[in-house]
Design a protein. Structure first.
Length: 180
């Protein structure tokens, strides 16, 4: 798991639980007072530990928290990786170019990064189908990033999920439409 994602998760924890909650979560991961370096990789289990601790503290389902956290982290990701995003792109263009441009750029700055495998197909002018595969099975994070990107582009979206790895399917198929 890339440090930038865990750093953004810590910011989300502070927003939800304050500094005391952050200290508790860092205790779960054994981090003490140290945070995460953007360019470093960390065990995937740390994400799960933090989400589990946050779920217990807020009585919120872990999948819902992952989606909320991912939506909240988009501004931070764009602050760091925004140079990879063509300012002429629409929201749909952003989604279409995620795998080829953004994930490849992430790997340049963080060679150990393991972004999910995604194929994105346009569905008309206003929609896409995203085929998501990852051993991590973090499809709620993908949906949250979609929502966060939609907020960035100031568009309303409708997200559907035809198949989901969390329900036992071999891949997730996430449909996104952004009617104008």
């Amino acid at each position: 798991m890339q440090g930038i994602f865990l750093d953004e998760l810590e910011k989300f924890v502070v927003r939800e639980l304050g500094q005391t909650g952050l200290a508790r979560v860092r205790g779960l991961t054994g981090r003490g007072t140290s945070g995460y370096r953007f360019d470093a990789s960390y065990p995937d289990d740390e994400l799960k530990l933090i989400i589990r601790g946050l779920a217990e503290a807020t009585a919120t389902h872990p999948e819902d928290l992952m989606e909320q956290y991912a939506e909240a982290m988009v501004p931070g990701l764009l602050e760091v990786y925004g140079f990879l995003v063509d300012p002429r792109w629409s929201f749909i263009d952003f989604l279409v170019n995620t795998q080829d441009v953004i994930h490849k750029g992430l790997k340049v700055s963080s060679p150990a990064a393991k972004p999910p495998d995604m194929q994105v197909q346009r569905i008309g002018a206003e929609g896409v189908a995203i085929f998501y595969r990852s051993k991590r099975r973090l499809c709620p994070v993908a949906k949250g990033i979609i929502r966060g990107a939609a907020a960035h582009y100031q568009v309303q979206v409708v997200i559907g999920e035809e198949r989901c790895m969390l329900r036992g399917d071999p891949e997730c198929v996430i449909t996104v439409s952004a009617p104008q």
